[in-house]
Design a binder for this molecule. Structure first.
Ligand code: UD2
Ligand code: MN
Length: 507
């Protein structure tokens, strides 16, 4: 039933050792039945939905490179066992040139013995493709009406397939994601808590989970209705097979891992389709903290793939990506910033007559904060007497931490990019400067709450002081890199003087 695995001390030791290689607990996984059941954690409303008699059938494409045996086969068993045969056209196991023992003849033999009807097919890539081209190979081999992509370490929950194909029957231009449940990498328990309700992104072009937006709360009439999402995590989704290719499949110039999820998300919205999360379809996934495979040539494939997507889809907003990745801005052989030729993708965008990225931001992701648009000021926030600037000191911005100071970097460090918003927040993408207001209390960066109070700051252009809602002034503590800032009684001294790199003014 998806419960956690308890290991003896001895087995735990072995598991810890292997964890480094696999990035999940393979000892525990090997102890669990390949066809284990999981608890039905859907909204109770879901079991009362009735689906049409006739729905499109699906090819489930599972790509893998050197995946461990038990998670791979548990994925396949869960697909076959929990999909109604009339809608499961085939399962395609696309082997992206694995060289791990057991994934060759042994796998072929197991599949032939277990599913003699041929429902599960193995297709092998002649050389390493990376996950993006591997998925396209799998999709080309598929003949079902719908494509469903899965990672090779998933477990499908009860009735996972029906709501996906039912929605595609209604809307062929919808890309549909099941809700992703977490299979704990250590205990291998199937936990019904997905990380968030919809997908977003950071301007560094990493994916983020977001809470359910207000507008979706309003729009949806019931909890079983699909949720429109600006982006997807990438691995688990369904699409009408023909539509998937009509809108350009994937960018074949993208290597190994990363970026393709945002690329297809922006593309489907901008080119007339939708991206929807399906609450009644749930699939577990083992979230691993590192990649248990090689990156040929040691390339930063996430960076290079993201550069391609920024160049093709983001119009002028690509500047915000390059602010985080100046190293990718110029083609410098030393930094390996050559993302290759993407003229075919630009042509695709023209052929499909896709809308602008500005349209996407305004209509699909209106809550996305744009650091240099509709703001009072942005850029470095500099204390002139010391030439120190406000700086995140590279801390994890999903956490709460004390804001720091660092020598001003002339605009080349994204850690020093701050905005003074129209609602008087001093902020980053998601986090705001926050002070409880007591004299000498430190200033923290924490999630923006949007209701002013501790997060309200006003800038006085004449006196160059930043005044907190408590009436106190932003003050630097010590004149050194890594020093902190605090609020103090306003005194007009040099330590309370701040200049914004770009001042636009209130609108
Ligand atoms: C997430 C996605 C993943 C992909 C990635 C961004 C989820 C749950 N997972 O990372 O699907 O979109 O973000 O690129 O949304 N693989 C190959 N060839 C390779 C490398 C990987 O076939 O060269 C396979 C791998 O065996 C796995 C799948 O691709 O089945 C995804 O790789 P991952 O699980 O390492 O990615 P993940 O979940 O960290
Ligand atoms: Mn994965």
């Amino acid at each position: 039933m998806g419960r956690r695995v308890e290991l003896s001390a001895e087995k735990q030791e072995e598991a810890d050792k292997l964890f480094k290689k696999e990035a999940f607990n393979i000892v525990a996984s090997d102890m669990i039945a390949l066809n284990r059941s999981v608890s039905d954690n859907r909204d109770p409303q879901c079991s009362r939905v009735s689906y049409p008699k006739v729905m499109p059938n699906a090819s489930v494409v599972i790509i893998f490179h050197n995946e461990a045996w038990s998670p791979l086969l548990r994925t396949v068993h869960s697909v076959v066992n929990r999909s109604p045969p009339e809608y499961l056209h085939e399962v395609i196991l696309l082997d992206d040139f694995s060289d791990r023992a057991g994934l060759g003849e042994k796998l072929d033999g197991y599949i032939k013995d277990t599913w003699p009807d041929g429902i599960v097919k193995v297709v092998r890539a002649p050389e390493r493709q990376g996950l993006i081209r591997a998925r396209v190979l799998g999709a080309k081999a598929a003949t079902g009406e719908v494509l469903v992509f899965l990672d090779s370490h998933c477990e499908c929950n009860v009735q996972w397939l029906e709501p996906l194909v039912a929605r595609i029957k209604e809307s062929r231009s919808a890309l549909l994601c099941p809700m992703i449940d977490v299979i704990d990498a250590k205990a291998m328990s199937y936990n019904g808590i997905g990380a968030g309700s919809v997908g977003g992104f950071w301007w560094s072009l990493h994916f983020s989970w977001r809470p359910l937006p207000q507008r979706e709360r309003k729009r949806r009439k019931s909890s079983v209705e699909t949720i429109r999402s600006p982006t997807m995590a990438g691995g688990l989704f369904a699409a009408d097979r023909k539509y998937f290719f009509e809108i350009g499949g994937y960018d074949p110039g993208m290597d190994v891992w990363g970026g393709e999820n945002l690329e297809i998300s922006f593309r489907v919205w901008m080119c007339g389709g939708t991206l929807e999360f399906v609450p009644c379809s749930r699939v577990g996934h083992i979230f691993r903290s590192s990649h248990p495979y090689t990156f040929p040539g040691n390339k930063d494939t996430h960076g290079l793939n993201s550069k391609r997507l920024a160049e093709v889809w983001m119009d002028g907003y690509k500047r915000l990506f390059y602010h985080h990745r100046r190293d990718l801005l110029v083609i410098n052989p030393q930094f390996n910033a050559d993302a290759g030729d993407f003229s075919d993708r630009l042509q695709l965008r023209r052929d499909l007559k896709c809308k602008s990225f500005k349209w996407y931001l305004e209509n699909v992701y209106p809550e996305k904060f744009i650091p240099d648009e509709n703001v009072i000021a942005y850029g470095m926030v500099r204390n002139p007497s010391s030439n120190l600037c406000l700086d995140t000191l590279s801390k994890d911005e999903k956490m709460v931490f004390n804001l720091g100071l660092y020598g001003c970097q002339g605009g080349v460090s994204s850690n020093q990019l701050f905005s003074l918003s129209q609602s008087n927040e001093l902020r980053r993408e998601e986090s705001c400067m926050d002070s409880v207001g007591g004299e000498g209390s430190p200033v923290k960066l924490m999630p923006c709450h949007g209701s002013r109070g501790h997060q309200e700051w006003t800038y006085n252009l004449e006196t160059k002081v930043i005044v907190h809602s408590s009436g106190k002034c932003l003050d630097k503590v010590e004149e050194k890199n890594g020093g902190e800032v605090k609020v103090e009684k306003c005194n007009g001294k040099d330590s309370q003087i701040w200049e914004f790199e770009n001042y636009i003014g209130p609108s």
